[in-house]
Design a protein around this ligand. Sequence first.
Ligand code: ADP
Ligand code: MG
Ligand code: MG
Length: 908
Amino acid sequence: MAKYVYFFGGGHADGNESMKELLGGKGANLAEMAGHKELKLPVPPGFTITTEVCNYYYAHGRKYPDELKEDVNKSVKRIEELMARKFGDPVNPLLVSVRSGARKSMPGMMETVLNVGLTEKTIPGLIRQSSNERFVYDSYRRLIMMYSDVVMEKAAGIEPEDNMGIRKQLERIMDELKKKKGCKTDVDLTADDLKELCKLFKAKVKQVLKKDFPDSPEEQLWGGIGAVFASWMGKRAVSYRRIEKIPEEWGTAVTVQSMVFGNMGNDCATGVAFSRNPGNGENRFYGEYLVNAQGEDVVAGIRTPAPINEDSKSEHNKELISLEKWHPELYKELFEYKNRLEKHYKDMQDIEFTIEKGKLYMLQCRIGKRNGTAAVKMAVDMVNEKLISKEDAVLRVAPVQLDELLHPVIDPKLELSAAVLAKGLPAGPGGATGQIVFTANDSVEWKKQGKKTILVREETSPEDVEGMRASEAILTARGGMTSHAALVARGWGKCCIVGCGAIHVNYSKKEMKIGDKIFKEGDWITLNGTKGNVYEGKLTMMDAGSENKLLNDFLKMCDSIRKLGVMTNADTPDDAKKARQFGAEGIGLFRTEHMFYGKNSEEPLFRLRKMIISKTEDERKKALAELAPYVKKDIKATIDAMDGLPVVIRLLDPPLHEFVPKEKDKLQHLAKELKISMEELEKRAEALHESNPMMGHRGVRLGVTYPDVTEMQVRAIFEAAAELLKDGKKPYPEIMIPVVCDVAELKHQFEIIKRVYAEVLKKYQIKEIKHMLGTMIEIPRAALLADKLAEVSEFFSFGTNDLTQMTFGFSRDDIGGFLPDYLNKGMLADDPFQTIDQSGVGELMKFAIERGRKTRKDLEVGICGEHGGEARSVEFCHKVGMNYVSCSPFRVPIARLAAAQVVVKEKK
Ligand code: ADP
Ligand code: MG
Ligand code: MG
């Protein structure tokens, strides 16, 4: 018989941390904290119903396995024994919480109900027990609110109109009462106020949901359990799972746990803490707590929580008394527990605790979410502290998190002179600028229109996730570093500021007020999420610097592990320099045509156009001779910047007609220079037109029809190298032929190259220039004939953009029309232009590498398509035995990390 219920408490636990799949993250960690001999922390007793029951429940029309009822009853008995209280007992009642917990934490997505077991019958008993009527009614109003929301409304599938959900309606009643009684916060409400509130709540529940609030402890308990299971298929949870790619069949577990009370008076509290700062990674205990409150108050941002210690102080809470000052001995105890937990789990811990009448209880622990900066800092620190190995450290940072460290920041010069509009807590790093929107829906809509938005909310709730995702950044008026917005943004590495008390949002007018300034929907603001500053207007963003010592240390660790080389795609000496700072070990793709675009391209472009429009051999020779110095200069500067490192130079590739000018004056200038009439020029330009240029007269095909063009480029390359050699440099060009489909093409081109090489050696009186000759593999036929190509080619470089395009027959420029349908319908798991299609294109690559290396054992193989900087593709490249990946400079760090991770994963 399957075991459906796992007990913990009294220094023992049936489960442990390794059972996350069965007990969910929360249940497994509660068991570990309660039962592991190194921990044995004060955890209120309870039990976890497994995720198997969740799956059973959905597979059997929302029914439980037969044995469950008895198992639960037995476990409740065990809690009763340990707590010396009885569930539903009028004299000495036990209350429990019903908590959800999936394998991976889904902040705020799933439901929890506290204070289950309070009824007309048990209330008097608990009042007598606690001698605290206020506390009991405070707990009761919380129960009514959570239960009616979670069980009676959400789990029942009721979808109320905006702002008409039962929780919102009850909140309004409470706000009114607070106003009437002149209370600033909920702690100012008296016992009588709360008693009245409970009556009003129950009446409202009956009126809105047409049902009495249940007065039976059993009904409450099973209602709670059912609601947690139901929440797994709730709209919000389903949408979150889709974004986070969490499979549905994981299911959720349910934990039922004896209540401990942080709301029994001013000697009680509840809080959340991190064993290290999740915002910057510093090894300092960091957290917040609220006196006389229950757990959900801290996260909800209802009152401003106090800091647990000096290190946790901020602009907002620095006036409040820290836990360390308030109760030094409890702080010490908590500090000791977090040390024990961190040592045990060997990672940063996110902890929930509650203090009941001067006694500390641990209610949750888990590996804490952190942003990229913090992830890198913690990984490096923990290696230095000898807590973890380099291999572990490398796995602690997700490749996309590095993006954050390389993320745009506000141009520091502009920021210096910009006036700070408001300050909040720095919850997500980097800078962002965008237009204000006030609802998650607007954020999604505006994004569809290609607009950049900043989502401004009083506070965010799980309903807002899609909108939070769609905006550049998030700004909230309330909440602390552990609020919903902060948690979610941190997970995504999104720029975010929370608890920005100076802003006053008016949703109905769609505007916000800061001081006496009004900002309307659509107005631009800029955030610095690293500092917590809000600026008016649109400030320019800048690329983050590469001068980050911590990041460099971390990446060096990656370098010591990875086997794959990491090169860069760079077309200018500037790019080349930047890529070297990021750690590139050479240039894997230098596109010669780049010099004909953008800055300083006028002169060379004009010469190129002359060459293209030339008709006679003579005309072309002249044009080429004029063009050669430009090509040589550009190539020389780039090879020089990479001194000693290889530079793979691809010969001219794009379709020629792209370079024919369209402007009249340019055409005239060209005609004059060539001494031909405009008609003649137009005729020649017309002749260059192709109906499918991407498959037209480009790449090696140019070199086949115009060997002079190849000759000019190759001469430029070798002469540049020869001159550098003479200057004592160490040039290392690799010449790469694009768009090849047959070895005959290569033989034809290499013959020219070899002749020119000999001529250059002679001219410069040198013996040798270190170089290699190779081909791109970007046409399926080339992959299929790889063994033949390798007879002459010393290296292969996969041009995966074209290879994907031609293998799928998907035009890269036209996929917008249909690819979204393929993705939405699940017909393709991923966009093959972003991550290598391993089953199709990848197979072709594997085949080509095997065949190529059969002919030439030391064939060098790399990739120069966009995929070379995408983590999953990098892992693939390692697995198929490539020598290197090449990607844009900013993705070089990501590739270095991904290449190290695959090595560690293979070992494990
Ligand atoms: P979430 O996953 O949303 O954090 P939790 O199950 O952790 O939900 O519970 C919500 C809040 O209630 C947390 O602050 C938690 O510490 C608190 N809580 C849960 N169970 C208990 C309990 N038995 N006694 C006191 N507080 C509890
Ligand atoms: Mg929790
Ligand atoms: Mg190509």
